[in-house]
Design a protein. Structure first.
Lengths: 457, 297
């Protein structure tokens, strides 16, 4: 009964927390602060994580000689990190001063009243020299009820990767630039018809890759559809049926009924997020919806693809019918926040400032596979030359990229619902669009309540 | 009466010494703090809307029977309960018990060398870490995996086509050694004279098994059923590693649903409520078996 026991324990720890808020305002830049972060889920390899954090610690302790930085790394996935750190936050005495978390969870932390608004820091250019170089979409990503609660440290966005020679063999002109989803399907069909024994088009489906799989997969198509809304902020309802969602489901149906997509063994693998990286490298895949970090993964020794830049290319994902703005992508990454319970807000900000320094940003962007939030860093040679030509392509795609709804509790259920719907189509392409929509609707209505979902027409 | 009074309290009566309370107090306190209080408290939390993060992580409330009514209309919970029962009855109660018994009986009559080899193979499956078993069966059931080659359908991913059957088989494959060992021990302890008498009377092997062995083994069978039910009811690692409850919710047994609600959807209150149901189901099965064991001669 260990799951039951685990839940008991977690619920118990959760309930026993509480306590008073620390409202200390004085901060003499002395003492120890703790930063909580993921050791295994941010960087392409764990040793790079150690190098980066050790560098940050050293610089921090040099700059603030009376202060110490306590590194509190967590193993596991993003979900593991969030669950473990959530329990720490239940009591001010165990709460870390600074927390590096996935952007999608900032809203829930704010909902718990755990985070310190950072407006006074970011609006002061001496304290936040980097802030002005962030595009507005990233500045606003962790702005909730008008206040900034976290500072981005790196973004992931998506595009289409393709193998140039496979498309050429299929008679598709390169450089390829699909204008709409029909162009995309036409190229995939051509690859299939050319008899090359490869996966024509990787369209992520299913639930095994969790939130990351949806962020880097089907949610891109929702944002590229004619109704690019996941959460209706005006009515505070989840969109579970819309012309755009139906376009997405029809698109998946076409891909899987014409056998253009990947196998369920790959799609539903616990390592599904990484499968296209390997399949593209091994010349077993022609086109893939993929994330910017693929290019950096190919520079790593374990997934090395030395000729990636010559053999593959990346283009933005076109909107369904080519409607404005023409391309779309999701946006999601990692951000740093300061806890309300901290006794050292100034010192905590001092840490963020070091993490956001240009050289540290170039390192983390390259070794973790991020598009840097700072446009200065994104345009620097250190970033552009690390994984050419891909880093530039994804940096350019940033303005049309859109974050996922973060302040809403129902997001994990949306991930589950759309994963199940697309997974069902991939398993059985005879699934109708209505049935797929119903899976999303039922999952959401069951989890967040029928009153919190809506149909857009 | 006067005589009795003169003899003092009866010496054969169980006596309670109040001073023993002092000796028991530390153990009682530990049990109370670490076991009884958490269990009762989690019973309470199962009737709240506590969340892991978000506003309800701080301002959670007692919500009465809301979680129960929600369960009754929660199609995932209902399906999940059925899947749990199918899994426990199919894989554990029927599969594991029947196969374990068959193995135990066959091995009893087998050559020593055969017994050693087969017994070792079965036990190795049990000794393997659960996560290894999950990976072995995952690879075995994929398209192009050994199973698909054996069955001549190399394009079929059996973990997607018949997910519940595959995870049940994997679980059976892993756990059958446990039942086999329990039954082997039981069989070894059967009185040989009864069996020999039956044989002299000319009873067939099947008849001897049905009329003599089975009734004598009844306490062993009940113990085995009780243990495998409790062990399998909470099975999480194997299923989670193989399918994470998918595809869709096709293998979402209650322990996986508890995990999803509590740690993916962050609904600790509702997750706790579901885990209470799991405890109730376990208690129900246990009661049934204990009653069954009492009815024996």
């Amino acid at each position: 009964m260990w799951t039951a026991l685990l839940t008991f324990t977690a619920a118990l720890v959760a309930a026993c927390g509480g306590g008073t808020n620390n409202t200390a305002t004085t901060d003499d830049m002395k003492g120890t602060i703790t930063v909580a972060y993921s050791t295994t889920y941010v960087f392409d390899s764990d040793d790079q994580s150690v190098i980066w954090w050790d560098k940050v610690k050293k610089e921090f302790e040099q700059q603030y000689p009376n202060a110490k930085l306590n590194l509190q790394g967590f193993n596991g996935t993003d979900v593991d990190l969030v669950n473990k750190v959530a329990l720490e936050y239940k009591n001010p005495s165990t709460t870390p001063d600074v927390f590096m978390l996935p952007t999608g969870y900032v809203g829930q932390w704010v909902g718990s009243d755990y985070l310190l608004p950072l407006d006074s820091f970011v609006n002061d250019s001496t304290k936040a020299p980097f802030w002005a170089s962030f595009p507005k979409v990233i500045q606003d990503e962790s702005k909730i009820n008008g206040k900034v609660y976290a500072v981005n440290t790196g973004e992931n966005n998506s595009a289409l990767y393709y193998n140039t020679s496979m498309l050429q063999k299929a008679g598709v002109t390169v450089p390829w630039q699909p204008k709409n989803w029909d162009d995309l399907l036409a190229a995939a069909r051509a690859v299939k018809a050319s008899g090359q024994k490869v996966v024509a088009f990787w369209a992520p489906a299913g639930t095994s890759a969790g939130a990351g799989g949806v962020l880097q997969g089907s949610a891109n198509m929702v944002y590229a559809s004619s109704t690019p809304t996941i959460y209706d902020y005006d009515k505070k309802k989840w969109v579970v049926d819309s012309p755009g969602l139906r376009e997405v489901m029809q698109f998946y149906k076409t891909v899987y009924s014409e056998h253009l997509g990947g196998s369920t063994s790959d799609l539903f693998s616990p390592k599904a997020v990484g499968r296209p990286v390997v399949l593209l490298k091994d010349h077993q895949m022609a086109i893939a919806i993929g994330s910017n970090w693929f290019a950096d993964a190919w520079t790593e020794q374990n997934r090395h693809w030395a000729t990636a830049a010559q053999e593959a290319s990346a283009v933005p994902i076109p909107t369904s019918k080519g409607q404005a703005p023409g391309t779309a992508s999701t946006l999601g990454g990692w951000a740093v926040a300061v806890s309300k319970a901290t006794k050292h807000p100034q010192l905590s900000w001092g840490l963020i400032k070091i993490m956001e320094a240009d050289d540290n940003q170039v390192f983390i962007a390259n070794r973790a596979g991020f598009v840097p939030p700072s446009q200065t860093v994104a345009k620097s040679d250190g970033f552009l030359n690390y994984a050419p030509p891909f880093n530039k392509a994804f940096g350019d795609a940033l303005p049309n990229s859109k974050p996922m709804p973060s302040e809403q509790e129902g997001y994990p259920a949306y991930v589950q619902g759309i994963g199940q719907a697309t997974g069902q189509i991939a398993t059985d392409p005879n699934t109708s669009v209505d049935q797929a929509i119903k899976i999303l609707h039922d999952t959401m209505a069951n989890q967040v309540g029928a009153g919190n979902v809506e149909t857009l027409t | 009466m006067a005589v009795a009074a003169g003899l003092g309290p009866r010496l054969d009566r169980e006596r309670f010494q109040w001073s023993s309370l002092a000796m028991l107090a530390p153990a009682l306190a530990l049990l109370g703090v670490l076991f009884i209080f958490p269990v009762l408290y989690s019973g309470y939390l199962g009737f709240t809307d506590l969340a892991l993060v978000g506003s309800r992580s701080r301002d959670y409330q007692f919500t009465g029977l809301d979680n129960v009514t929600r369960m009754l209309s929660d199609y995932v919970f209902i399906k999940s309960s059925w899947l749990t029962i199918i899994f426990v009855v199919g894989s554990a109660i029927v599969g594991q018990t029947v196969l374990g018994m068959a193995l135990a009986i066959l091995l009893r009559n087998a050559l020593v060398s055969v017994r050693a080899v087969i017994g070792s193979i079965v036990i190795v499956a049990w000794v393997l870490p659960e996560i290894t078993v999950a990976l072995v069966w995952y690879a075995f059931s994929q398209a192009g995996g050994t199973l698909s080659i054996l069955l001549g359908h190399t394009d079929t991913n059996f973990l997607v086509a018949v997910p519940m059957l595959i995870v049940s088989l994997a679980n059976l494959w892993r756990n059958v050694a446990f039942s086999m060992l329990v039954f082997s021990a039981g069989l070894r302890n059967l009185p040989t004279e009864v069996l020999e008498a039956a044989e002299v009377e000319g009873a067939s092997a099947w008849r001897r098994y049905r009329m003599v062995v089975l009734p004598l083994l009844k306490p062993t069978i009940v113990t085995n059923l009780l243990l495998v039910t409790i062990l399998n009811l909470s099975e999480f690692t194997l299923i989670y590693a193989m399918t994470q409850g998918g595809p869709g919710i096709e293998t979402m047994t209650l322990p996986l649903y508890v995990y999803q609600e509590a740690f993916v959807f962050h609904q600790l209150g509702y997750g706790t409520a579901i885990s209470l149901v799991l405890v109730l189901i376990g208690a129900l099965f246990s009661l049934l078996f204990v009653r069954a064991s009492r009815s024996q001669v």
